[in-house]
Design a protein around this ligand. Structure first.
Ligand code: PLP
Length: 389
């Protein structure tokens, strides 16, 4: 299934300038302004009355931000989208638009650790309950749904990369009148279009593949005009996690190459994952592309996955020997990165638990960047050799 938009054969990702662009510039301007002025009193009052939709103040509407939102909505096959200052801002503003004190969320286990912490701290204090389920077990999800307000999905999940039948889970939620959201940062709209699978709201950390150059922290949510309108009416202006015009401009720049970057991440990461799987030092590789077939709705795989070393591999030596793979959080940029599992498990942030995230101390998460498969494999092979015995 897809939304009918082919990112590889549609010029709109490239041709984003409109006829009104200053000096006929090929790249749109950054409308770096906090406010917009009115020609006269009538112009101002018409805008305040909502008779005229135009930018008034950048926390509400900004043309550069709007251009990014329209591009992303098109990629996701959604009617509308809103950009945010971070992925976490998109997540908190979206969820708080639909749940309140006394409500319950059903969430898949092993979700992004900071989303888990948001649910376990603020939401807990607000008396918002979260039931964690194994998203692969549709009966467990069905049992948890009655009476819930929101189904919160992430597929593949963070770190262990569990995949779910998104269409089946979204249909289950719909039958219980429950709104479905998904964090689609991993697959990006190039490899997974959840709206076409029946999901209501699609979230992204745009800091990852959408930006793609590790130079922006941003988020976005896409969905129907009605649901996005609810987020735009309250959470967006009053929680105030707005996307900045400059960050939106960087995202527009990033989206132009998203399809070809995703193909390159996919190819390199799959090759590296297969070689790791065949390596005697490796116990398991958690990569959704290694199964006989991809999860339903997933049409490709990205550059992020994890694997577990067998006993006897010194993960500190392995990490320190790597030259191309740098130690660092986040992912989705041009560069290759690793995060050792035991580092995450020793993080002080609360709540924290290996069970919640599915991380084991012998695991390592890799982001395979764009440096080239053979160079990256040589780097890994040499580091494993240095860490053995
Ligand atoms: C990074 C990340 C987030 C949070 O996004 P920020 O832009 O860092 O706030 C959310 N979900 C997933 C899956 C992520 O990897």
């Amino acid at each position: 299934m897809s939304n009918g938009f082919d990112p590889f054969n549609d010029a709109s990702l490239i041709v984003t300038h409109d006829v009104g662009n200053a000096y006929d510039a090929v790249v749109p301007p950054i409308v770096q302004t906090s406010l917009f002025t009115f020609t006269d009193y009538d112009d101002m009052i018409a805008s305040y009355r909502g008779e005229k939709i135009r930018p008034i103040y950048t926390r509400g509407l900004n043309p550069t931000v709007r251009m990014f939102e329209e591009m992303l909505a098109k990629l996701e096959g959604a009617e509308d989208a809103i950009g945010f200052a971070s992925g976490m801002s998109a997540i908190s503003s979206t969820v708080l638009s639909f749940v309140g004190p006394g409500d319950r969320i059903v969430a898949v286990r092993h979700l992004y650790p900071d989303a888990f912490r948001l649910f376990g701290t603020f939401f807990k204090r607000m008396n918002i309950e979260v039931t964690y389920v194994d998203g692969r077990d549709e009966e467990e999800v069905a049992r948890a749904l009655p009476g819930a307000k929101l189904l919160y999905l992430e597929s593949p999940t963070s770190w262990v990369m569990e995949t779910h039948d998104i269409a089946a889970l979204a249909a289950l939620a719909r039958s219980h009148g429950v709104i479905t959201t998904i964090d689609n940062s991993w697959a990006s709209p190039i490899f997974q279009q959840p709206i076409s699978l029946g999901v209501d709201l699609v979230l992204h950390s745009a800091s990852k593949y959408l930006g793609g150059h590790s130079d922006v922290v941003a988020g976005v949510v896409a969905g129907s005009k009605e649901l996005i309108g609810r987020i735009r009416a309250e959470a967006y202006p009053y929680l105030g996690g707005k996307l900045s015009p400059f960050d939106a401009w960087l995202l527009i720049r990033g989206l132009r190459t998203l399809p070809i970057r995703m193909k390159a991440h996919e190819q390199s990461a799959l090759a590296v994952a297969r070689r790791l799987q065949a390596h005697e030092a490796v116990e398991t590789v958690c990569h959704p592309g290694l199964a006989n077939q991809l999860a339903p709705g997933l049409t490709g795989t990205s550059g992020l996955f994890s694997f577990i070393f067998r006993d006897g591999i010194d993960i500190r030596k392995f990490s320190d020997h790597l030259k191309l793979f740098r130690l660092g959080v986040s992912w989705g940029g041009h560069e290759s990165l690793i995060v050792p599992g035991d580092v995450v498990l020793s993080q002080k942030a609360q709540p924290n638990s290996a069970v919640a995230f599915g991380i084991s101390s012998r695991s390592v998460r890799l982001h395979v960047g764009l440096e080239g498969t053979e160079a990256l494999w040589s780097d890994l092979e040499a580091a494993i050799a240095a860490a053995t015995g």
